[in-house]
Design a protein around this ligand. Sequence first.
Ligand code: CO8
Length: 258
Amino acid sequence: MTYNNILLERHDPVALIRLNRPKVLNALNSALMSELSDLLKELEQDDEVRAIVITGNEKAFAAGADISEMQALDFSRAYREQFISSNWEQVTRCRKPVIAAVAGVALGGGCELAMMCDVIIAADSARFGQPEVKLGILPGAGGTQRLTRAIGKAKAMDLCLTGRMMDAEEAERSGLVCRIVPAATLVDDAIAMAGEIAQNSLMATMFNKEAVNQAFETSLGTGVDYERRLFWASLDTEDRKEGMAAFLEKRSPRWKHR
Ligand code: CO8
């Protein structure tokens, strides 16, 4: 498939997706989100890919939804066309691990896209924010919900109500990003992290991802129950048998990803 707004680099077993509308700081328009959604579905089916990195460029992960596209929208059209359609949620449906590697700005829909990924790794140049309030709107792709769960009400209110940006240090301190790396090595570091994840059994990775995500959907008791059942299920995989056998035989496991 040909893509005009994103680039794919293969570093098997890691796939690197670069958002690529540099002239508008990777503003996320429908065409880009549709391509991203299609590519994620494609990579999901690709057995050679076991982890995915989404990044932008040194100036911007993404400066938000494309304001020039949104300007023409009103309620009835947005409702009819289901603006914020399923394309925006595709990242959350991907069962393989997805890392957001953020340099420069991740604002509005850009911050929301990063938060839909499993984990965010930030360059020291990264800046995050939900500046929608300055446009007379509010986040529309999960920002108020995911940001609040990630960094708590106090900081989420601060960011959403003032529209200010937070830098990488503050984002790490607040729990939005897992680590900060130099901007110059961001993509390499993200690929290395994805590669480390990809060395593990894909089955085990998917189980872990599903269980952690469940923490955002349920009460503690239900979540622990959910985890226990997934744990029991994991006992039946070929990789579990291989993983434990390899440990006891003091050798590296040979995963079948089954
Ligand atoms: N949409 C469209 N174009 C943009 C966007 C954007 N979000 N951000 C930047 N651009 C364009 C600028 O218009 C400019 O274009 P041109 O060169 O043709 O004038 C170019 O990118 C470079 O931008 P600036 O000249 O403004 O660059 P600066 O370095 O001076 O400033 C900023 C960088 C601070 C990032 C500034 O560009 C800015 O404030 N951008 C807008 C940020 C913003 O408000 N984002 C939120 C958008 S609303 C949103 O995301 C709602 C999400 C709801 C979910 C949607 C689901 C479909």
